[in-house]
Design a protein around this ligand. Structure first.
Ligand SMILES: C[S@@+](CC[C@H](N)C(=O)[O-])C[C@H]1O[C@@H](n2cnc3c(N)ncnc32)[C@H](O)[C@@H]1O
Length: 352
């Protein structure tokens, strides 16, 4: 018996979540890693730093996702050809046992690379979340009749700053340039949101640790966070990276609270939208409170000619497995729950 009791339990929970969210590969991989830890296999040395870490801390630090992603990261390059060959490929059936055997064998020869990857918290940027946010942007545009200024906090690589350049096909919702390179296909339940053209006249984002897409090392890290058998997500992310690189808008390295205070204020002739997705839960309570107060202050300065909206795609604090899309609009501070959504944006239930 090893001392990894909490990590083993956490990996099993995460395996179940991955299965429910459409990644049988990660479900199987994490389950095999848990068994290897239980049996005292080579995973023990690789994940030694978390031998006695409590479940809550493991979850807060995104450890289970790091554990899965480190093998994906290695498989994505040319360093471990046997691992790369065993990894999921388009059109081929999954061989989870074969992939785990190759991953387990890679721990010794590639220990340093696997271990270095584990040092960093996961840094994702999920493009399909834009599908859950779309209805909020359209609602603001329809209600104000103004062009939008979009400010994203916790923007990661900034891929969703280009949400208006994607093509959306979600049940009855068809929006955006039909020839767009980035396509967001997702399920939709309920009425469609308002269908209006939108002009984005300004966009900016911040992240405390932005991914610099011009750096191939950081690009690889970002893509390693896409679960390996979700090949459509991977292809969409690659196309969104190409779009972001072509547009060249950089995400500023800053804390969301400081940046919001310094950069976001309403401006006449446009609707200013502050938005975020799967970000709030990572803030310490004091920052959440500070940000909520800063947003209310910005809202209080909004006028009919210079409206302000706060749009968010976030799980409620008590259930991280679903997403609620909320919109608060100023002047007036009217708060509405617009939709429920899948955490990766695979489906939206429109409530508004
Ligand atoms: C799970 S990722 C989500 C990224 C992106 N919003 C998406 O939906 O794909 C959470 C992001 O929040 C960022 N973050 C966490 N705390 C932050 C803070 N205080 N200020 C700015 N960014 C922060 C992290 O660096 C990370 O990029």
């Amino acid at each position: 018996m090893t001392g990894f009791t909490e990590l083993i339990g956490a990996l099993r929970i995460q395996a179940e979540i991955c299965g429910q969210m459409g990644s049988p590969f990660n479900e199987g991989l994490l389950d095999r890693i848990a068994r290897d830890l239980q049996a005292g296999g080579p995973s023990c040395r690789l994940f030694e730093r978390w031998e006695t870490t409590a479940l809550r801390q493991l979850a807060d630090d995104g450890v289970m996702i790091r554990v899965a992603n480190t093998f994906n990261h290695l498989a994505m390059g040319g360093e471990a050809p046997a691992l790369s060959a065993a990894w999921p490929r388009p059109g081929e059936p999954l061989d989870i046992d074969g992939a785990w055997a190759a991953a387990r064998a890679a721990i010794g020869p590639h220990f340093e690379m696997l271990s270095t990857f584990l040092d960093h918290e996961p840094q994702t940027n999920e493009v399909r979340r834009a599908g859950g946010l779309l209805g909020g942007f359209l609602t603001v545009a329809a209600e104000t009749g103004l062009p939008l200024r979009c400010f994203e906090i916790g923007a990661s690589a900034g891929l969703n700053l280009y949400w208006d350049r994607f093509r959306y096909q979600m049940g009855p919702v068809a929006w955006g340039d039909p020839d767009a390179s980035v396509r967001v296909d997702a399920d939709w339940e309920g009425d469609p949101p308002p269908r209006v053209p939108v002009e984005v006249i300004e966009r900016a984002g911040c992240d405390r640790r932005p991914t610099d897409l011009t750096d191939p090392v950081q690009r690889r890290r970002l893509l390693a966070c896409v679960w390996p058998d979700m090949l459509d997500r991977l292809a969409r992310s690659r196309r969104a990276i190409d779009l972001a690189l072509a547009e060249g808008v950089a995400v500023e390295a800053a804390d969301a609270l400081d940046w919001t205070r310094a950069r976001v204020r309403p401006r006449a002739g446009a609707a200013t939208v502050l938005f975020h997705s799967v970000f709030w839960q990572y803030l310490p309570k004091a920052t959440q409170e500070g940000l909520a107060a800063a947003i209310a202050e910005i809202g209080a300065s909004a006028t009919a000619d210079a409206p302000f909206a706060w749009l968010r795609f976030e799980p409620p604090p008590t259930n991280l497995r679903i997403i609620e899309v909320w919109l608060t609009s100023w002047p007036g501070g009217v708060e509405r729950r617009l939709a429920l959504a899948h955490p990766h944006g695979a489906s939206t239930i429109w409530l508004a």
